[in-house]
Design a protein around this ligand. Structure first.
Ligand code: NAD
Length: 386
């Protein structure tokens, strides 16, 4: 038996933020970060609360890739202010921090009558899909832990593309590649279904069509809206279908070397697609990659050609946005990388995303994939099938 979970309620499009005008609350908490204050985005939420006479507090010191200390700070603040409405406004880091805080407090309060607050997630990047996923990623030391529980799902997700216009080009590229990675991994995962495939296919098409335009011109409203929708669709796909080893490898790489999540995925994605497709291109994953190439209008007369076309398209997309080709291009020292390789591989092997991958890797395979991604070589496993 399989299941496809549909939550939260999604409000999308221009002025989607207006839903806050209908939301009553005794006291509210805005979870956000300094950039949201600086860009005036937090003010768009608090202005509504002021007009409606809703008392509120702001927690604005969530850091990128939130760690346990951040979650504990948020728990203390939320426990003291006891809001009945929590709004997370920011990228995946902010939304994940809010999720983890609400989850942890709910566990602590299970013996008391205090209820869970209404939780609204408002993404300001088009990347993680965290507004619709049952996941929260929290760092413990250098390791990224993935919490998975349906109660992490927000009650309402607000997709207002105007909130993403200020995202700078490099973050647009990183987060956009994260969307592509979510869709590709959900599409070939062991638990993919017709439902998740439909969302993943649409998300992939939207990314290839609109991500370069967002990168070139941040003010392109239509492109921003399409990427925001793609991010959410890919999120629904992967929260139901799970992810794969691009994410496992990226979690370890990003955690140890402090690389933004989407960029880490982009560095590893083509290598993993090549390996999943198999040397003879005769796996189910290979056939699905070729089907995606067809949908994108790329040459795909055979599975072999379709996989090759998709790999070229991924690399071209990265190049178009001037993204680093290999791990060696993001400022990591060769000796450090080699020294930490066993730790990277161990973390990736036990990552929660590994079981969803269509092929089961061993330590040797993951070591090889990291080494190939070091150069991002065209002659690596992605091109050869490894
Ligand atoms: P992020 O939230 O870390 O934000 C990156 C940077 O962009 C920050 O400096 C932030 O202030 C800035 N920013 C955000 N919105 C902006 C805007 N509108 N204008 C200008 N600057 C803006 O990046 P992210 O990629 O959205 O989230 C990454 C985190 O999410 C990682 O920790 C990753 O592991 C996690 N993640 C979670 C899930 C999930 O399902 N919960 C899925 C994938 C990734």
């Amino acid at each position: 038996m399989s299941e496809f979970l549909l939550k939260p309620r999604i409000r999308f499009g221009e002025d989607a933020l207006g839903i806050l005008e209908q939301q009553s609350a005794r006291s509210a908490l805005l979870v956000t970060d300094k950039a949201m204050i600086e860009f005036g985005l937090a003010d768009r939420v608090t202005r509504i609360w002021r007009q409606r006479g809703i008392a509120f507090q702001i927690w604005d010191d969530v850091v990128a890739d939130p760690d346990i200390a951040t979650v504990v700070r948020g728990m203390k603040l939320m426990d003291a202010s006891y809001p009945d409405l929590v709004v997370a406004l920011g990228g995946g880091s902010v939304i994940d921090a809010a999720k983890a805080v609400i989850f942890a407090l709910a566990q602590m309060r299970s013996a008391t009558p205090r209820g869970r607050p209404c939780f609204i997630a408002i993404p300001t990047t088009s990347g993680t899909g965290s507004e619709v996923t049952a996941f929260s990623v929290v760092k413990a030391g250098v390791e990224k832990l993935v919490l998975v529980d349906p109660s992490l799902l927000p009650d309402i997700a607000v997709l207002d593309p105007s909130l993403t216009l200020s995202v700078p080009p490099a973050i647009t590229a990183d987060t956009g590649m994260d969307v592509l990675c979510h869709a590709l991994e959900a599409y070939v995962s062991r638990t993919a279904s017709d439902f998740t495939d439909a969302l993943a296919e649409k998300a992939v098409q939207l990314v290839f069509r609109y991500l370069p335009a967002c990168w070139r011109s941040g003010n392109n409203q239509q492109a921003r809206e399409k990427m925001h929708n793609a991010s959410c669709m890919a999120g629904i796909a992967f929260t139901n279908a799970s992810l794969g080893i691009t994410h496992s490898l990226a979690h370890a790489l990003g955690g140890i070397f402090r690389i933004p999540h989407g960029r880490a995925n982009a560095l590893l994605m083509a290598e993993v697609v090549g390996w999943n497709a198999g040397e003879a291109r005769d796996t189910e994953a290979a056939r699905k990659y070729a089907r995606l190439a067809q949908l994108l209008g790329l040459p795909a007369d055979s599975t072999h050609q379709g996989v090759a076309s998709l790999l070229t398209a991924i690399r071209t997309l990265k190049d178009e946005m001037a993204m680093p080709g290999g791990i060696r291009d993001v400022g990591i020292n060769d000796a450090d990388f080699e020294q930490r390789l066993p730790e990277l591989v161990n973390q990736a092997l036990r990552d929660g995303c590994t079981p969803g991958n269509p092929r089961t890797p061993d330590a040797e395979t993951l070591t090889h994939l990291y080494r190939q991604a070091w150069t991002g070589s065209q002659d690596g496993p992605a091109a050869q099938g490894y």
